[in-house]
Design a binder for this molecule. Structure first.
Ligand SMILES: [Zn+2]
Length: 176
């Protein structure tokens, strides 16, 4: 049976959910959120469906790290050119274990991680999150100089509004 190869699944029932089901990976486990009134049969059907969807999504993630780097290179050229190599990340990749932040950056080693939760958002929003993290390579804190650099991207304010709206609608406080 294929069952032995399945990841550990934790099903969480939510009174607030009506028909929506979602799933995310949390370390070794997969958490599947379902409406409280689902039957056992519906639960089992949806767990299988969400595991398949997650696997497909992760396949796509693996392929698109290169695209993310290409996007970063273009943004550096457009908005941070005079900072030269300081704004060039050592690595930039999609991650699925970052549910409380859109993106994160470690200036010490130059690595940037972008949450899979923004993967289906419009290009101009992804560009904002990426540019935000690239600017952190130059200015680690959210000070005036940081925001002045971020504001070079014309859709910064619009993207911030978009992300705030998504965070409010999902009930999750997401930070950058
Ligand atoms: Zn930030």
């Amino acid at each position: 049976m294929a069952g032995a190869r399945k990841p550990v699944v934790e099903v969480r029932r939510s009174q607030r959910r009506r028909r929506t089901v979602s799933a995310y990976r949390d370390g070794e486990r997969v958490v599947v959120l379902i409406p409280a009134q689902f039957s056992r049969a519906e639960e089992s059907e949806w767990v299988d469906r969400m595991l398949a969807r997650l696997a497909a999504r992760e396949g796509r993630l693996a392929r698109s790290d290169a695209e993310l780097l290409a996007r970063a290179t273009r943004l550096i050229k457009l908005y941070l050119a005079e900072h030269g190599t300081q704004a060039v990340p050592a690595s930039v990749r999609w991650v699925t274990n970052q549910n409380g932040r859109w993106g994160s950056c470690t200036p010490a080693d130059g690595t940037i991680r972008i949450s899979h939760r923004i993967q289906d958002m419009p290009d101009w929003v992804i560009d904002y999150v990426l540019l935000h993290e690239l600017v952190h390579l130059i200015v680690p804190s959210h000070n005036a100089r940081f925001w002045a650099l971020v504001a070079r991207y014309p859709k910064s304010e619009r993207a911030r509004g978009y992300l705030e709206g998504v965070a409010a609608a999902s009930g999750t406080p997401l930070t950058d």
